[in-house]
Design a protein around this ligand. Sequence first.
Ligand code: ADP
Ligand code: MG
Length: 331
Amino acid sequence: MKKVICILFCLMLFSGCGYSNVASESFESMDTFMKIDIYGSADTAAEIRAEIENLDSLLSAQDDSSEIGRLNKIGSAEFSEDTADLLSQALELCKDTDGALDISVYPLVEAWGFIDKNYRIPGESEIDDLLKNTDYRKITLSGGRAYLGSGMKLDLGAVAKGYAADKAVELMKQNNVRAGILNLGGTVAAVGEKPNGEKWRVGICDPENTAAYFGSVSVSGKVVATSGSYERYFEQDGKRYCHIIDPKTGCPTDNGTVSVTVISDSGTKSDALSTALFVMGIDGAKEYWRSHTDFEFILLDEENTLWLTEGAEAAFRMNKDYEYNMKVIKA
Ligand code: ADP
Ligand code: MG
């Protein structure tokens, strides 16, 4: 009994320390809305915000003066340490997903109108021409300098928020902030635990009503990223065209997947894989997960089947009012 009381007392002491200050920042960056809540000082929260805004100014493909913008304009550019670090991680993930993630799809994203919002269906020959210049293997990084093959454009939009999450978590550690929740436009870093010692609950958007969550995952020390066909799309003749391009066809991914949530220790990985598994579809995603068990995923398809890997199922709770048919994927 004494021992139990002692442990409880220690836990109370432990959970009490470091939870006194809550600091928040809400802002727009990387073309989305972000909210940071940390158990730390206002200075640290401001430092994290400044770091994310700085990354945005380096990485935006739509800004000609960013490092990526300059590369896209002239085909080669000197990169700062962060941009080079992200590019090298992203190229590894392109290779590892066998090109389901391909950071050279930007000209196709533009051709379908997702950049200027003049949505259109490009002709077959236009797509074929653009596909000739879509190949992450033609992007090289050498001594901090990046080079593109001719006609290519780089887009780190599928991984930038995840990388920003990793940098933010790093800043929290450097400033001895042990807990917080960072929502970077749907890519959520859950650091430490809530003051009551429970894990954080991260909601997953209902694709039919993005103001609601169909469920949530309980996590600590993880980054949860979701890619969905409901985020950015247009409709023509009753068909939906989403912003995630299948680099093999040059067309918006159309394989019955509605959303993919990935949970891992790394923001860059979660963000990259949520996009890549979306492109792979459920069969490819299952196969990829079985050969890489360092992440978990939840995939919702058009038939309202919710596929969950074992670890994801253990962390998941469905909200009442939802009746998705759950299927657990075993290793
Ligand atoms: P969001 O940014 O909406 O959260 P994602 O992380 O899935 O969604 O990234 C999608 C963005 O990445 C697109 O807007 C586009 O710029 C780019 N993109 C689209 N398809 C791919 C792909 N197959 N590989 C890499 N990047 C992609
Ligand atoms: Mg992504």
